[in-house]
Design a binder for this molecule. Sequence first.
Ligand SMILES: *Cc1c(COP(=O)(O)O)cnc(C)c1O
Length: 359
Amino acid sequence: MTSRYPEMSVDTAMITRNAEKVVGLCSGKGISVWGVTKGLSAHPAVASAMLDGGCVGLADSRVDNIRKLRLFGFRHPMMLLRIPMPGEMTDVAENVDCCLVSMPASVLMLDRACDEAGSEVGVIVMVDLGDLREGIWPDGVEEMADALLQCRRTRCLGVGSNLGCLSGVLPSVTNLSLLVRIGGELSNLLGHPLEVVSGGATSSLSLVEDGTMPEGVNQLRVGEGILLGTDVTGNRVIPYLERDAIRITAEVVEVRRKPSMPIGKTGADAFGNTPVFQDRGTRRRAIVAMGRQDVRPEGLTPIDGGLEIIGASSDHLTLDAEDFEGPLNPGDTISFAADYGAMLAAATSPYVRTKIIKK
Ligand SMILES: *Cc1c(COP(=O)(O)O)cnc(C)c1O
């Protein structure tokens, strides 16, 4: 890659401080915290920052990311967050300590892969509490227990759930109490106690904060809160966490005064959307060399005042810069705060350089 920009800077000291805060809050309630690395493509410096902050292990949705961390020398416990593909069971058996599962048949496949690899993997049975993504339905406990009882190398660590991500269902005393109860049922069927009740992600922190997390929940898997200090599902900033660890910076390539209304008959934009415009007269506009191949523009907020995103195509992002104080010229840079989606897109775009800063 030749150009320095677009660039995503990551302040790892801030991530460590955020992890310390989350771990401190949770440890007071007997809850251990796994650091979720997928938001920054399991960058090793970010993984280290989370461990430095006291996370007991690292969790990622991709086996490739976990394998990468192993190659970087991480010997810490690693959890696979996405229920495994039948086609990746060998990689799972060879690289992960613990894996979320929801299909009895997959558990049996994983067990066979572990047999071949000579390894053991702990599994956490996901229970769907209403968000309608992965997980057994509460009446599917017996079928899952039957599969687990046939396994020799796949050990059931406990139950878990994911909320918010697909349908926006919020964690609550009601749905997480159901999770604890299903954990009890599974434990009875298996004939041994369960080590883990994994009660969700960043959005579950609010229950820990207000002291309503049901007794028995003893693990959370936290990414967004530690990286960004926000909770998108709960629609809040997390007041005790820092929010500027991640910055995305792009280079200005055009600054010009232009009318705010397009000229000519308009159709759809490059992505099939029909943009709407407001006539604000002639205004200063800037273009930065960054677009949908690099980020999710809807998730960006300019750091400096007087800048407003107008729109973005694949490679250009235009801003209204009329109220920006001071000069603006090609070669200057504009920095943005990012939400989870924008961060994820930047981290997985081959065009965005990640720069680690440690203050
Ligand atoms: C991504 C993910 C998490 C972490 O979610 P955050 O909201 O970033 O804390 C936890 N569990 C699963 C299953 C995930 O896929």
